[in-house]
Design a protein around this ligand. Structure first.
Ligand code: CMX
Ligand code: CO
Length: 146
């Protein structure tokens, strides 16, 4: 079951400059940055709010690692802007299968690595009324040691 807006993915040309805009204009701080080679991005996660499923909603700023990556191609065509939306779920495989059964193309046979240890897949934008849609299961909270 999809239970939150997990994040909105925003394609940008300069990650640091865009993160500075979000800090100066809205007061949103960068919570986490990482490079995801498989997805072809350097990214910054800005935590906006917690959600009543125990997760959170984020802004995901995305700078392409190269021009041939999904975000690189999209930026060249459209310029900066909203690239995708992501819904959160406790079970990305089950929700991907529900979408598949509904006739939507799911881009990956099995979920791949996303931000902060999450598992992600994507639904084809042409099957989603023009919106590239990601499904995300967040990593479990780390067990408290000691
Ligand atoms: N939103 C809406 N439509 C999109 C789109 C997007 N983000 N990206 C592509 N499209 C549309 C294009 O406009 C094009 O439409 P037309 O044929 O009408 O012009 C069509 O889809 C095909 O686009 P393309 O430029 O030829 O791109 P590809 O088919 O090579 O790739 C896609 C499209 C969705 C398969 C690819 O972007 C992909 O695999 N995305 C998933 C991975 C990803 O986006 N990773 C980065 C984010 C990582 C993260 O969130 O962690
Ligand atoms: Co995303």
């Amino acid at each position: 079951m999809l239970t939150r807006i997990d994040h909105i993915g925003i394609a940008c040309a300069d990650l640091d400059a865009t993160a500075a805009f979000y800090r100066t204009t809205y007061g949103f701080e960068v919570f986490h940055t990482e490079v995801n080679e498989e997805q072809g991005v350097r990214e910054a996660m800005l935590r906006i709010n917690g959600t009543d499923d125990g997760g959170a909603s984020w802004i995901q700023l995305l700078q392409p690692l190269d021009a041939d990556s999904p975000v690189g191609k999209w930026l060249a065509k459209n310029g900066e802007g909203v690239h995708h939306i992501a819904f959160g779920t406790a079970d990305v495989e089950a929700d991907a299968e529900t979408a598949r059964q509904a006739g939507v193309r799911v881009l990956y046979d099995t979920p791949r690595a996303g931000s902060m240890g999450s598992r992600i897949t994507f639904l084809h934008p042409k099957d989603c009324h023009g919106v590239l849609t990601e499904l995300v299961t967040a990593a479990p909270p780390k067990a408290v040691e000691g």
